[in-house]
Ligand binder design. Structure first.
Ligand code: ZN
Length: 190
């Protein structure tokens, strides 16, 4: 592992484990990355976020391929686009169930709970009406993350940005809680 990323495994492990135990990714779902300078450290393709080891962390270029690039998550292109278009240094991609379900229905989500209204008042749904493909909508996701902390890709999952993995995780959890509440409010109307 690249020396610059030496101390980062505990952060990947904690956030990966929290995402898995809170049901926001399946065993092999989701991916995490951190950027330092012109390099990024991203979870390996097919890694289990709930049980990350050092060998699951792949260091490659933000805008240059090298011998490690092929081992990186299939969403690498989206992570690279986000780092290129924003000042963020951490990305959490997950598949939160309620947020993903609501992404089937409209091109924007408006949280109604207090925390959601303050921190993520509007959540864009990227690619609404199109079928999702792995690594797809990179430019659209990155563009939307210039002004939003989190977005959802239609029928797929969320991309949250931050300066640390923990910060991007908190936004992801906030999104899922807000979407769970929205879902419950709808259910109570029936
Ligand atoms: Zn995904």
């Amino acid at each position: 592992m690249d020396l610059a990323f030496n101390d980062l495994l505990p952060h990947f492990k904690t956030v990966g484990s929290d995402l898995y135990t809170r049901g926001m990714v399946s065993v092999h779902g989701g991916n995490l990355s951190l950027k330092q300078g012109t390099s990024l450290c991203i979870t390996r393709s097919g890694s289990r976020l709930g049980y990350l080891e050092e060998s699951d962390l792949i260091v490659t270029g933000v805008d240059k391929d090298d011998e490690n690039t092929r081992k990186a998550s299939s969403e690498l292109g989206v992570h690279r686009a986000i780092y290129t278009k924003t000042l963020s240094t951490a990305i959490v991609h997950s598949h939160p169930i309620h947020a993903t379900a609501l992404s089937f229905r409209s091109d924007k989500i408006f949280p109604q709970d207090e925390a959601g209204k303050i921190f993520i008042p509007t959540v864009p749904v990227i690619g609404f009406g199109s079928e999702p493909v792995p690594g797809g909508f990179a430019a659209e996701v990155a563009e939307a993350l210039k002004t939003n902390a989190v977005v959802i890709v239609h029928k797929h999952g969320s991309f949250a940005r931050g300066m640390t993995l923990e910060e991007a995780y908190v936004i992801t959890e906030l999104l899922e809680i807000s979407c769970r509440i929205l879902y419950m409010l709808e259910a109570m109307k029936r």
